[in-house]
Design a protein around this ligand. Structure first.
Ligand SMILES: *[C@@H]1O[C@H](CO)[C@@H](O)[C@H](O)[C@H]1NC(C)=O
Ligand SMILES: *[C@@H]1O[C@H](CO)[C@@H](O)[C@H](O)[C@H]1NC(C)=O
Ligand SMILES: *[C@@H]1O[C@H](CO)[C@@H](O)[C@H](O)[C@H]1NC(C)=O
Ligand SMILES: *[C@@H]1O[C@H](CO)[C@@H](O)[C@H](O)[C@H]1NC(C)=O
Ligand SMILES: *[C@@H]1O[C@H](CO)[C@@H](O)[C@H](O)[C@H]1NC(C)=O
Length: 374
């Protein structure tokens, strides 16, 4: 009884403040460890209009179902999930394999790493082969009991941005395929958003490909952009009111066991997943990009420059960004001046993630006991 009254009061507060909340759409190649981005946004007071599942680390069907499951475990199923396209605009497995012969493999190849039945049987998300197939062992968070929204991601994003002109921040943690499609579908899409923030856009990191471990090479390659170079170019040269790229700076903060133990002192479905599966090998990439966007006061070092994306298929830099100052930039195209994040306050990031994973909002965000299914 006490619980339901506090839930009701919380619910009323949520309703009362709903109009004032900033809005965000979170597009990502979701996996079982990807819950922190939407939890950070919710914790910072954002209204999450929906999640989009794209193809980058794995196929969009698998990533979208991960998104549904991750919402479900936190009572957040009122947030819809829209599936993105199966394929990048042009790229596919055959082209990827051909490029590997010309320019060498990337240390991590995301959805285009060769199909490996054994790896999928023990928990890896699917790569190559049929984009519709699922790998169930990867759903360590549970397989979703809710369903995907029927509308395709790009059309839905266009509709949301028309509904709330100037209000919607677009977050991209995977490939830009669906954002590029929305940009082309409605030529006022980009300029009608609040802005774009994206994880990716590494620059001047080539020596890391040679001078360290394969992991060091991996975390300095740019899989999000290179999975769909044409879409990266369309999105990053579109007239968003602001574009924030978090590339090199996204490698700044790594998990460590002491932090994982500290987070796990609170018992929620998210701290539980974090403790069991997050690991300490890879940096907080997507989390740091979200943090930089929603807590700009904690950005401690940033710069800005004009950006293009190399889309010459035969180029070894295919899918990498090119950076310019105004007097030296190409004249035949409209490049955007982007904000490039070099550093954020790591202490503040870790404390925001901890508070987000405790998720005090999970009890009331979707209204008490009501689970709107999509
Ligand atoms: C869906 O329901 C089944 C059966 O109750 C459960 O095992 C599973 O964990 C649920 N999925 C999620 C994501 O909560
Ligand atoms: C397939 O995945 C398994 C398990 O991760 C691994 O041991 C094996 O080397 C992989 N096979 C290939 C050809 O990469
Ligand atoms: C900001 O970051 C850039 C790139 O890492 C670095 O070269 C520069 O020294 C930094 N500036 C300060 C004031 O730390
Ligand atoms: C970083 O954030 C922490 C926690 O919010 C704060 O105490 C500290 O002063 C900040 N440091 C800088 C350099 O802003
Ligand atoms: C989800 O709702 C149930 C029922 O109100 C509650 O017991 C549970 O703690 C909630 N989960 C989270 C993560 O808050």
């Amino acid at each position: 009884m006490r619980l339901s009254i506090s839930c009701l009061i919380l619910g009323l507060v949520v309703v009362a403040t709903a109009a004032a909340r900033p809005k965000i759409i979170i597009d990502n190649d979701w996996n079982a460890g990807a819950y922190i981005t939407f939890l950070l946004a919710i914790d910072a007071g954002y209204e999450v209009l929906g999640l989009v599942g794209d193809t980058a680390n794995s196929w969009s069907r698998q990533t979208s179902l991960h998104a549904l499951a991750l919402l479900e475990i936190g009572n957040l199923s009122c947030i819809p999930v829209h599936k993105g396209t199966d394929y990048p605009l042009l790229n596919n497995e055959g082209l990827w394999e051909t490029r590997k012969l010309l320019h060498g493999p990337l240390p991590y190849e995301g959805v285009f790493q060769p199909y490996n039945e054994t790896a999928e049987a023990i928990g890896r998300d699917p790569s190559s082969g049929d984009p519709k197939r699922l790998a169930l062992p990867a759903f360590v968070e549970g397989f979703p009991n809710t369903t995907l929204a029927s509308e395709d991601a790009a059309a839905w994003m266009v509709e949301q941005v028309r509904k709330y002109p100037g209000e919607v921040l677009i977050y991209s943690g995977g490939a830009f395929t669906n954002i590029a499609l929305a940009t082309r579908m409605d030529s006022s899409f980009a300029s009608s958003t609040k802005g774009l923030v994206a994880m990716g856009g590494y620059i001047d990191v080539m020596l890391y490909q040679t001078s360290g471990s394969k992991t060091l090479a991996d975390i300095n390659s740019d899989i999000n952009l290179k999975i769909d170079p044409e879409a990266s170019k369309i999105a990053l040269t579109a007239a968003f009111p602001s574009i924030t790229l978090v590339g090199n700076g996204a490698n700044q903060v790594f998990p460590d066991q002491a932090y994982i133990d500290d987070v796990a002192t609170a018992k929620t479905p998210y701290t539980n997943l974090f403790q069991k599966y997050y690991g300490t090998e890879l940096p907080f990439w997507d989390e740091l990009a979200m943090f930089a966007a929603i807590y700009p006061n904690h950005v401690t070092n940033a710069t800005s420059f004009y950006v293009d994306v190399d889309t010459a298929w035969s180029s070894p830099y295919y899918g990498n960004i090119m950076a310019y100052q105004k007097i030296l930039m190409p004249r035949s195209q409209n490049l955007q001046k982007i904000n490039y994040i070099n550093q954020i306050n790591a202490t503040a990031l870790k404390s925001a993630m901890k508070s987000a994973m405790e998720c005090p909002q999970c009890i009331s965000y979707c209204g008490c006991g009501s689970k709107r299914k999509h």
